[in-house]
Design a protein around this ligand. Structure first.
Ligand code: RIB
Ligand code: CA
Length: 315
């Protein structure tokens, strides 16, 4: 597999943070051009700080981190401290990051980086609300041909919703942004709740990571222990769904996932179903099949991948 050039756009969040560690553990497979932070799980000042902290933990001071949009395009910001804790990454010690924040705004970084690239060479990996991505596309539609693929975490079909009865958090926070992204015309691979609810961070899986004697693995254990407390009660699951790492795991091992090309459209009008991702799984409409809807994963292979990659870090 040739090295993949990516931009990760995120709202750390424990699962975003673990996704960053997974990506940063794979320098031979993944070239992270930059990490862009967006408001979501917690406000922007904490999501950008948390992203920089993960770069410190991973020893990846070579990766620039940018702060982007502090609120959705139209709606008011909704955050999820009840899931992630006040810091956004409760479970790890919060210190002032060594890695400085880049001066440039994340949206301008995305635009400039894509403008300087060849066609179809950069993969966007958003794991939070799609505000930064949609704002960049709106500001500079000429960047779209440079996007190879968008591999995102968000939405749901059979799993209905986790922040309303019919919407998943990332899409619900900024449905207008999601609508722009799903209509942008570039290939999308979507990791919704239907697949993330298949990769549960069980005690046995956490204990295997706990055996790894390095900072990244121990930070992952601390974050998973905290992350488990809310979702195991909410869903009566044996572990919390590890949503965002499905994106980078897909980049590394697409063979452990199963998808189907479908139309996915976003509800932006009804308050009752705002942010719903309408997945035309059975092709009952003639809407364009814009999304590789991922609906299955080999969960054991997923955790084997995560565990083996976390073991790659030095102490
Ligand atoms: O609904 C799960 C998603 O919302 C994940 O990306 C999590 O980090 C939160 O952003
Ligand atoms: Ca996230």
């Amino acid at each position: 597999m040739s090295k993949q050039a990516i931009i990760i756009d995120c709202d750390p969040g424990q699962d975003d943070a673990i996704n960053l560690l997974l990506a940063m553990s794979s320098p031979d497979e993944i070239d992270i051009l930059g990490i862009t932070a967006v408001a979501g799980n917690v406000p922007l000042a904490r999501t950008e700080r948390n992203a920089r902290l993960m770069c410190d933990i991973a020893g990846r001071s070579d990766i620039p981190v940018y702060a982007g949009c502090a609120r959705p395009m139209v709606r008011d910001l909704v955050t999820a401290e009840k899931v992630h804790g006040r810091t956004g990454i409760d479970g790890v010690e919060i210190t002032e990051p060594v890695l400085p924040l880049q001066e440039q705004n994340a949206v301008d970084f995305i635009v400039d980086t894509l403008r300087a690239a060849d066609d179809e060479t950069i993969t966007l990996v958003p794991t939070g609300p799609l505000t930064n991505i949609a704002t960049a596309i709106t500001k500079a539609p000429d960047i779209l041909p440079k996007v190879k693929e968008i591999v995102l975490m968000g939405g749901a079909m059979r799993e209905s919703g986790n922040h309303s009865p019919s919407a998943e958090f990332n899409i619900l926070v900024d449905p207008q942004a999601a609508d722009i992204v799903f209509k942008c015309g570039r290939p999308i691979t979507q990791m919704g709740l239907d697949v993330s609810h298949q990769v549960l961070s069980t005690r046995e899986r956490i204990d295997r990571i706990k055996k790894i004697d390095n900072q990244a693995a121990q930070a992952t254990v601390g974050m998973l222990d905290f992350f488990n407390r809310h979702d195991t009660k909410k869903y009566n699951y044996v572990g919390a769904p590890l949503h965002d790492p499905c994106t980078v795991a897909y980049l590394l091992r697409p063979d452990i996932f199963e998808g189907k090309l479908c139309n996915v459209s976003i509800e932006t009008q009804s308050e009752l179903t705002m942010g719903n991702t309408a997945v035309d799984f059975w092709h009952v409409t003639d809407r364009p099949r814009n999304t590789n809807w991922i609906h299955a994963v080999d969960a054991d292979a997923f955790y084997e991948l995560l565990t083996s990659h976390l073991a790659r870090f030095d102490k």
